[in-house]
Ligand binder design. Structure first.
Ligand code: NDP
Length: 461
């Protein structure tokens, strides 16, 4: 066997790459990992973690409104963006440092720089005059924001990457897109007092989510002051003396201070040298892998967003574990993508697991039972707020298994993690209901839903 510098070389120190590198090094292999930016990747540096800090900063304004109803007077509550951004960046730096330290403790060599493939066993670290060989290579380079590059004036728009570092909070923002990032950032900016407009090309936000969730959330975010414009496409952006003007297909022109495009992310494969190593892409531009995350090259694997399977941090981590078990522990393991719970940190947030109602109607052999409740959370009793929680259970009527759970409301992400255990375990509606309620909570509704939705009792909430 050829004498390689390492047993495993990982390209990209995000959630997936770091987990695979650590597990493999702890298993006694010689492992190196390359990272061109900060260790931690999208999730830690420019995604989930800083985003959640921004959501928490933004939610304070809502908490202050609720507090007033409970008799609190909080004079002169003000928010200072630079103070928050500094605190967030210090924490992100700390977390990135922990990731790097944990790699070191596991015995992984960290290579600061951009690694590109020279052949199936060799990477070059660009600008460092260094090449490294490895028996096996794992690509975990993640994704990058995508914007319509041919739209006139697109250079004036930002993406989520820049939104984490705006020098000051704008007075007005316009967000393009209707997916996770668009909806989450619209909530963040609206909560911080920014006049926020969300423009989405489709008939309703969050395509792919349950239709009741989509309709409910669109209504709730409007109650929080976000202007939602649907069925509209952008044609151009123009810089003027007073801001940016966004021209829309329908002839509308909207002036704003910042335009953020949240129109999806694409696998980060540019100039990686994949073709020199025999690594093929799918038609959509992701690295083509089999169920064990193996690419079309015999000694190269790929995990996480660069494979565009299910672009979520915990999934990348599970793919890393499955890679390690398959390749280094003689235990072939393929990640099971069924019933993965996910949360959208909109305000209010969404938690969802399993099938939407329409998916269930297509895939369940017989009828589908649907249980829906909409109610005003107890917390808002003393506020003028008209906000409603939505909870929905989708049940396969033949097996009586709960195949989908969808929640919009405070703490939905926390609730859905627990509901996911029951959905993944394939519990029936009767088994859910056998769990006694915890009172008074919102979650108790999940085990006390009695009335099936019928055409006669459907309500728009
Ligand atoms: P999404 O794929 O969720 O949403 C992209 C949005 O952009 C969609 O509404 C899409 O519309 C719209 N869009 C795409 N192309 C165009 C276009 N040419 N013109 C106008 N609109 C367009 O991507 P995000 O960037 O929001 O997030 C990327 C991924 O990252 C998510 O899918 C998710 O996997 C992950 N993520 C997860 C989070 C979480 O777990 N909380 C948070 C953030 C991201 P259409 O629906 O019509 O295609």
């Amino acid at each position: 066997m050829a004498d390689y510098d390492y047993d495993l070389f990982v390209i990209g120190a995000g959630s997936g790459g770091v987990r695979a590198a650590r597990l493999t090094a702890l298993g006694g292999k010689r492992v190196a990992i390359a990272e061109e930016f900060k260790v931690g990747g999208t999730c830690v540096v420019r995604g989930c973690v800083p985003k959640k800090f921004m959501v928490m900063a933004s939610e304070v304004s809502h908490a202050l409104e609720i507090a007033e109803g409970y008799g609190w007077t909080i004079p002169d509550a003000t928010f200072d963006w630079p103070t928050f951004i500094h605190a967030k960046d210090v924490e992100i730096g700390r977390l990135s440092g922990i990731y790097a330290a944990n790699l070191g403790k596991a015995g992984v060599d960290l290579v600061h720089g951009r690694a590109v493939l020279k052949d199936a066993h060799t990477v070059e670290i660009i600008g460092k005059g260094r090449t490294i060989t490895a028996e096996k290579i794992l690509i975990a380079t993640g994704g990058r924001p995508w914007v319509p590059a041919d739209m006139p004036g697109i250079e004036h728009a930002i993406t989520s990457e820049e939104a984490f570092h705006l020098p000051e909070l704008p007075k007005r923002i316009l967000i393009a897109g209707g997916g996770y990032i668009a909806v989450e950032f619209a909530g963040i900016f609206a909560g911080l007092g920014v006049e926020t407009t969300l423009i989405y090309r489709g008939p309703n936000i969050l395509r792919g989510f349950d239709d009741d969730v989509r309709a409910h959330l669109a209504g709730e975010i409007e109650k929080r002051g976000i202007k939602v414009i649907l069925g509209c496409q952008h044609t151009a952006i123009e810089k003027t003396e007073t801001g940016l003007v966004n021209r829309l297909e329908n002839g509308m022109e909207i002036e704003t201070d910042i335009i953020m495009f949240a129109t999806g992310r694409v696998p980060y494969v540019k100039d990686l040298g994949l073709e020199t190593a025999g690594v093929e892409l799918t038609e959509a531009g992701a690295i083509k892998v089999d169920e064990f995350s193996k690419t079309t090259a015999d000694n190269i694997w790929a995990i996480g967003d660069v494979t565009d399977r299910m672009n979520l941090t915990p999934v990348a981590i599970r793919e890393a574990v499955a890679f390690h078990e398959t390749v280094y522990r003689d235990n072939p393991m393929a990640f099971d993508y069924e019933a993965v719970a996910t949360a959208v940190f909109s305000q209010p947030p969404v938690g969802t697991v399993g099938l939407t109602e329409s998916e269930a109607r297509h895939s369940c052999p017989g009828e589908v039972d649907v249980y829906v409740t909409r109610f005003r959370p107890m917390k808002y009793a003393f506020t003028g707020s008209d906000e409603r929680v939505l909870m929905k259970l989708v049940v396969d009527a033949t097996s009586q298994k709960v195949v989908g759970v969808h929640i919009v409301g405070p703490e939905a992400p926390e609730m859905i993690q627990l509901a996911a255990i029951a959905v993944k375990a394939g519990l029936t509606k009767a088994q859910w209901d056998a769990a006694c309620a915890v009172h008074p909570t919102m979650a108790e509704e999940l085990v006390t839903l009695k009335e099936k939705q019928t055409p006669a009792n459907v309500s728009a909430g």
